[in-house]
Design a protein around this ligand. Structure first.
Ligand SMILES: [Zn+2]
Length: 437
């Protein structure tokens, strides 16, 4: 099923021609309307879109970073007068000022089309009843999915986050067929569902899990599918680039199709800033091709992924990106070893009797870093056998060592002793700056 079949299955040559036209227009548009880009492009010797002869000429356009966007807080990147803006969103801004996103009426219209494509690719139709358990508010996730799902004609329940008992009640009573949530919240609801005292049939209509806004390993996906009884599809986006709708998985779940007519992706080596070889992993860089309120050129997402230009069985011609492997921001450097939390998650979730709830604690003592991996046992009765516990602990330790090439301290903790998350999970506790001794 397609939402905009003509665009989604466009011949590659036509798609590239469209991208080039739009990229040229976008360069002109930014140069003329955004003082920040006027200066940046001018410094790079670009004063007109005509200088971009081929798509690969994009490499002459300077990057935009999260710091650039923060420096322009709140409205320095606006390309239109404020009266043309009909919506403002902002990212959570856990460190420093939030990142602001602004939208013209046309931007909102386009955005819901992109999201409608993603949810249609995930299998949602007008027959579906979808509960949105993302927190509503400034965050782009909830309203982004909301309008895209309405556009498809699905019935939308704006549940927002929190009040998990009520969430389960709605899942049962409203005939919900799909859940929109973060992977961590979906996992938590799955756990509560099991304990809710209702037979699995009470949730029998539930079949779609449309998860996003944080990474999710394949192993974690399996756990969520098993506990909630859904088919999980991943989708991707961020406030800096509009919100969700940038890319999403189709029914074959072999990568996330980019809305390439609107978002032009590149992969670069984040050290050299040069494009990586085709098919090689690196940092995702995205240029918005249709956004009018706040266009961004070559935004460095810090997300590490790979692009796959092979045709997909679903018929979509738009490039697929791999599930995000990690963020350059999330990477922990411990004793000189690069560690992505997702690597640890894969090991824990795939190991019997432990997981999927875990916490990583990084400490520094006498200038030496150490990593403690706390993971929940799946069953409290395991605590009764000391030797069994020790064997399990060693097993987890050895598996982690072979995957990470690093010694970790593994602590097995009681079931339900670690924090549960209703939005994005915070599983890494880095105490290195606080505990310096
Ligand atoms: Zn596909």
């Amino acid at each position: 099923m397609f939402f905009q079949k003509e665009i989604e299955t466009m011949k590659s040559s036509e798609l590239e021609a469209l991208q080039l036209t739009r990229l040229r227009e976008m360069v002109d548009y930014c140069y003329r309307n955004v003082p920040f880009y006027h200066k940046r492009l001018g410094e790079a010797g670009i004063t007109s879109g005509d200088q971009i002869k081929t798509l690969s000429d994009i490499r002459y356009i300077p990057f935009t970073t999260k710091d650039d966007i923060r420096d322009q807080y709140p409205f320095g990147l606006l390309a239109v007068p404020m009266k043309e803006i009909v919506r403002i969103h902002a990212s959570s801004g856990t460190t420093g000022k939030p990142t602001v996103g602004v939208y013209t009426r046309q931007d909102l219209e386009n955005w819901s089309d992109y999201v409608a494509r993603v949810v249609t690719a995930a299998g949602v139709t007008e027959e579906d009843v979808i509960q949105i358990s993302f927190g509503y508010g400034l965050f782009t996730g909830a309203l982004g999915l909301h309008y895209g799902l309405e556009k498809v004609g699905a019935t939308v329940i704006p549940a927002s986050s929190g009040n998990s008992e009520k969430q389960l009640m709605m899942l049962r009573d409203f005939g919900v067929t799909g859940l929109v949530a973060t992977p961590s919240y979906a996992l938590y609801l799955g756990e509560l569902k099991k304990e809710s005292g209702y037979p699995p049939e009470a949730y029998a209509k539930l079949r779609h899990g449309i998860l996003g806004s944080e990474g999710c390993t394949e192993e974690m996906r399996d756990r969520i599918e098993e506990s909630l009884g859904v088919n999980v599809t991943d989708n991707y986006g961020m406030t800096e680039l509009t919100g969700p709708g940038v890319s999403g998985e189709c029914e074959y779940r072999c990568g996330l199709h980019f809305a390439e007519d609107a978002f032009l992706p590149e992969i670069i080596d984040s050290d050299t800033l040069e494009p990586t070889a085709p098919g090689e992993a690196g940092e995702l860089v995205v240029t918005t091709l249709t956004r009018k309120g706040m266009p961004v050129l070559r935004y460095r997402t810090k997300d590490i992924t790979r692009l796959n230009y092979e045709p997909c069985r679903c018929g979509r011609t738009h490039v697929r990106m791999d599930k995000v492997m990690g963020r350059t921001d999330d990477m922990l450097i411990i004793k000189g070893v690069n560690v992505f939390p997702s690597q640890i998650e894969s090991v824990l979730v795939a190991t019997e009797l432990v997981g999927p709830h875990y916490q990583l604690v990084v400490r520094r003592k006498n200038f030496m870093d150490s990593l403690e991996v706390k993971v929940e046992l799946t069953d409290a009765s395991l605590l009764e056998s000391f030797s069994g516990l020790e064997q399990l602990r060693e097993k987890v330790h050895d598996k982690l060592k072979s995957v990470l090439g690093l010694e970790t301290r593994v602590t097995l903790v009681e079931p339900k002793s670690l924090e549960r998350f209703q939005g994005k999970a915070k599983r890494v506790l880095d105490l290195r700056n606080e505990e310096q001794e």
